[in-house]
Design a protein around this ligand. Structure first.
Ligand code: ATP
Length: 373
């Protein structure tokens, strides 16, 4: 029996998670996959009622799960950042989910902003999730001479930075430190190359800006070269600006992209746009030897919450990613095929895709196309 912690969260989160559960229930029943679900009422409602964002005891309970399925966090009644940082980022760091996997696929029948939307876009996008410019090290310095002590504490390492600044005549300065470690770069590269092998991909494209940020991305490149040799799969290096250009002009050229945190954050949203919008995009925060978390790329979308308009496909495909990671590839493929069939017909589209199909009707159609039906 595998155990799944479910966090429906805020806004459209509970609406799309309900649909993902319907699809999961159907597929797991037909394939005799034993999954046990437990819901965790985290999010704005819980926070406003109890003042609690994420209790230590909840973290302990979640740590006994095999996976977490999450809807969305964020609510206009709560100051931005409290829930996103307090729940989402806390979970990612606590469980050391160092891989952010976002497949970017343009399915037939989906309107894309590309002029020619019959493109064969199928990219495994691997974003590093714990380092780079997102380590939270920085300060603002006002006038004169100052010393700032910063520390970065991770399970695998600790780093201390003492930064002395002499501002001379300048009024104010702000700085932010980016960090890439050998440990961090090696493990994301190993994941990327292993994923390439699993999917029969013969070229890994590494994204960086090593011509300007030479130290950080010099180390990043070394880790990529070593992983390429270790896994016997070719690699190429591309600057982030070139990748942005190619993703729009010639996205077919990429099969697997591996990117540091900041560039990965930006490029994966470009990817979501190319694949037809936020409502369709799935994601996974993975720790291959720990608890991984699966969530649609979109947020809580308060503007459409409660209206039955949300596109459930991102959440449904995220649950397929979860099944795949839990070792149930055939079940995951069955879900993806059903989604593809429904999208290809072009008859059922939610409002974000320019149609009128409701959230639950979209799922009804996907359920009809599951192979075992
Ligand atoms: P966050 O900061 O939490 O990521 P955000 O406000 O930047 O949230 P989202 O909430 O993801 O972004 O959504 C932006 C807009 O995209 C929403 O307001 C909504 O109109 C649309 N949208 C997002 N997800 C969906 C979906 N699943 N179905 C339909 N429309 C969606």
């Amino acid at each position: 029996m595998q155990k799944v912690g479910v966090i429906p969260g805020d806004g459209i989160g509970p609406e799309v998670i309900k649909e993902a559960r319907r699809v999961l229930d159907s597929v797991t029943e037909s394939k005799s996959i034993a999954l046990e679900f437990e819901e965790f009422p985290l999010g704005a409602g819980h926070y406003l009622k109890t003042g609690e964002v994420l209790a230590e005891e909840t973290l302990q309970r979640l740590s006994r799960k095999d996976a977490i399925l999450l809807g969305a966090m964020g609510d206009p009644r709560v100051k931005p950042g409290i829930l996103e940082k307090g729940v989402l980022l806390r979970l990612r760091f606590h469980f050391d989910q160092y891989v952010n996997l976002r497949p970017v696929k343009l399915y037939e029948g989906v309107p894309s902003p590309l002029a020619d939307n019959h493109r064969k876009i199928d990219i495994q996008f691997v974003r590093e999730n714990t380092e780079d410019f997102y380590v939270g090290l920085g300060a603002r310095v006002k006038s004169g001479i100052s010393n700032t002590s910063l520390s970065l504490i991770r399970r695998a390492y600790e780093a201390k930075f003492d930064v002395g600044v002499d501002l001379k005549d300048e009024e104010e300065l702000a700085f932010q430190i980016g960090v890439i470690t050998k440990h961090g770069a090696k493990r994301i590269m190993d994941f990327a190359f292993q994923l390439a092998k699993k999917n029969g991909i013969d070229l890994v494209t590494s994204v960086d800006k090593a011509n300007v940020l030479t130290e950080m991305y010099g180390l990043w490149r070394e880790a990529c070269e070593e992983a390429s040799a270790r896994h016997g799969i070719a690699k190429e290096f591309q600057y982030v600006d070139a990748v942005a250009l190619h993703m729009v002009r010639n996205p077919e050229r990429f099969k697997l992209l591996v990117a540091p945190n900041l560039f990965g954050d930006i490029l994966t949203d470009l990817g979501a746009a190319l694949q037809g919008g936020l409502g369709l995009a799935p994601s996974a925060n993975i720790n291959p030897s720990g608890v991984s978390m699966f969530e649609p790329v979109h947020g809580s979308a308060p503007d459409i919450a409660g209206k039955g308009m949300a596109n459930p496909v991102g959440a449904i495909l995220s649950s397929a990613l979860m099944l795949d990671t839990l070792g149930h590839k055939a079940a995951a493929d069955e879900i993806e095929s059903a989604v593809k069939e429904v999208l290809r017909s072009g008859k059922h589209r939610t409002a974000d895709m320019g149609g009128k199909t409701s959230t639950s009707k979209m799922t009804d159609e996907i359920l009809k196309h599951l192979a075992h039906r």
